[in-house]
Design a protein around this ligand. Structure first.
Ligand code: NAD
Length: 524
């Protein structure tokens, strides 16, 4: 266990003229504020206002009011606003990158992944929303006589409860499809990273989203999470599997829908025929993006014995060459962890593994000389069942290497987990890669990439199997979860009942005949 470093009142590089007005955008102030510090330096970002029950009530009341008008706005107009938001995010990326880096401690390349994510999702949903929301006219029970229409109705007010590790991407990219579908959003971003979400809300209003449609309440999840869910019509949650269970219970109690994007213990498989140099290079990004504080991050690497030594030498070489630092520019490969709890978990997992016989091939120590929560990118070998890091998610810059004798063994070991979020397979034989991928229990599997290929393909759903989640973000699923369908059926000329004077028995015989004819004609 490390001792808590000193945090100071010294201000960060973020100007007060930027921070204060954004803090004021939150529906908060009724509860005592909390001081927020920049992880990379320990300097103070500011005193973040907190929401009382009255604030939360107000946020939902305003959101409900705004949603009623918004639902009447034609989809084409909503989409035009989303396109403007896309442009603002790209044009003002220097500002939001500074905010994301300051709040999380991550390096700029990893912060840029968030800007890219929001741009990709904005563009995608702007393109597909008109078609997805258009409704449809399915065939009626009696052709011609029964006319049916399926209408898409927004849920109402969606709660988006997001964590601290990808504060722009995980607040905006889940809120935007909800808004485009005609909902309002009440966000509860993590206190540590609320500024990113507040910046997104501010940018959204500047793009043309009506004021009050997307708002943020602030407070610790454990304290105000239940109060938010009690008032919402749908809840979208990203965080740990443990908290996911609580959210599911609270949503279940109210019989509202939910989607849960939860933890992972993601495997990367290097098959015997892999391009080893490519795999070793890509694995660095796959394991250490945002210092491993990425749900899709790789924590286990299974390498075929034929290429184990070569892969290990190259991978460890790259990891040892990574530069660490908190500069607000593109000069560093990896930044800091985000807070003390993260540093404690990482330290405990590594110390426990080493005490039980694991070997540290790279990293393995905190770097207080760089900032309060820096920890070196770490590669372990000799990790076995019984060590905490073997099964538990570290959610930090720690990966374990395992030598396997066959692809079968690699798949078997990859699947030996309760999680199922993301996986990766390296091979030169793409058909074999696809075949192995289909046997890995994970919501997404990347062949010859770590996570960006699947995650960045916004038209494809993303989410977890097992304890890694329920429901999906991205793709049509990521928007359709925010609507209810309503079926309107109009029966014309004849009712669906025996004609006047017809007995029930004759009606049944007639219908039997009709069903037979319809089957022959292959009618639905
Ligand atoms: P956590 O569950 O402790 O906290 C996550 C967020 O939930 C925090 O903002 C917290 O304030 C809030 N929260 C906690 N209790 C709550 C409650 N009862 N009601 C409402 N909100 C509550 O998780 P953490 O360890 O801080 O976050 C990291 C976890 O999130 C990891 O397991 C990681 O894999 C997961 N994660 C998953 C995804 C994904 O898309 N699948 C993305 C990012 C992070």
């Amino acid at each position: 266990m490390t001792t808590a470093p000193e945090l100071t009142a010294e201000p960060t590089a973020l100007p007060t003229t930027l921070v204060r007005p954004l803090f004021e955008r939150a529906v908060a102030g009724g509860a005592p504020s909390v001081a927020i510090y920049a992880p990379a330096t320990g300097h103070k970002i500011g005193d973040l206002p907190q929401s009382s029950i009255a604030d939360i009530d107000r946020a939902f009341a305003v959101a409900r009011h705004a949603q009623r008008d918004w639902a009447k706005v034609p989809v084409a107009e909503r989409v035009a606003i989303l396109r403007k938001f896309h442009d603002i995010v790209l044009a003002e990326q220097d500002t939001i990158l500074d905010i994301v880096q300051t709040e999380t401690g991550k390096s700029r390349p990893h912060a840029f992944d968030e800007v890219a994510d929001v741009a990709i999702n904005s563009r995608y949903y702007a393109a597909v929303a008109p078609k997805l929301l258009a409704g449809r006219k399915p065939r009626g029970v009696l052709p011609v006589l029964t006319q049916v229409e399926v209408v898409n109705r927004p849920k109402g007010v969606v709660a988006v409860i997001s964590p601290w590790n990808y504060p722009l991407a995980l607040s905006a990219s889940d809120a935007l499809p909800a808004l485009i579908a005609g909902n309002a959003v009440v966000a509860r971003p993590d206190n540590q990273t609320a500024l990113s979400a507040l910046w997104a809300i501010d940018a959204a209003e500047r793009a043309g989203f009506p004021r009050g449609l997307w708002q943020a309440v602030l407070g610790r999840g454990r304290e105000i999470g239940g109060d938010v869910i009690t008032r919402a019509d749908y809840v979208d949650y990203t965080g740990s599997s443990a908290t996911g269970r609580t959210i599911a219970q609270q949503a279940g109690e109210r019989l509202i829908g939910y989607s849960l994007e939860l933890g992972g213990k993601n495997p990367l498989l290097v098959l015997s025929d892999a391009d080893v140099s490519k795999a070793a290079k890509v694995a660095v990004r796959a394991c250490f993006s945002s210092a491993g504080q990425l749900c899709e991050s790789m924590e286990r690497i299974y390498v075929h014995e034929a290429v184990y030594d070569r892969f290990t030498a190259e991978f460890v070489g790259h990891v040892k060459n990574m530069s660490l630092g908190g500069e607000l520019d593109y000069s560093r490969d990896m930044g800091s962890l985000t807070f003390q709890r993260q540093l404690d978990t990482v330290t405990e997992h590594v110390e426990d593994a080493v005490a039980k016989g694991a070997t540290v091939l790279a990293g393995g120590r905190a770097r207080p000389d760089l900032g309060p929560y820096f920890y070196e990118p770490t590669v372990l070998a000799g990790v076995r069942e019984g060590m905490t890091v073997y099964r538990e998610e570290t959610f930090g810059p720690v990966v374990s290497l395992y030598k396997v004798a066959s692809d079968e063994e690699a798949v078997e070991q990859a699947n030996d987990t309760a999680y199922g979020l993301n996986a990766s397979v390296f091979t030169k034989d793409l058909a074999r890669g696809r075949e192995i991928a289909a046997r890995v229990n994970a919501g997404s599997v990347n062949v010859n990439d770590g996570f960006a290929a699947a995650w960045g393909s916004a038209d494809a759903p993303s989410g977890g199997l097992g304890i890694s989640g329920q429901g999906r973000r991205h793709g049509p699923e990521g928007l359709l979860k925010y609507i209810d369908t309503q079926t309107i059926a109009v029966q014309r000329v004849l009712p669906i009942a025996p004609l006047p004077g017809m007995s029930e028995q004759v009606w049944a015989k007639t219908m039997t005949l009709v069903f037979g004819v319809m089957k022959t004609l292959r009618q639905k």
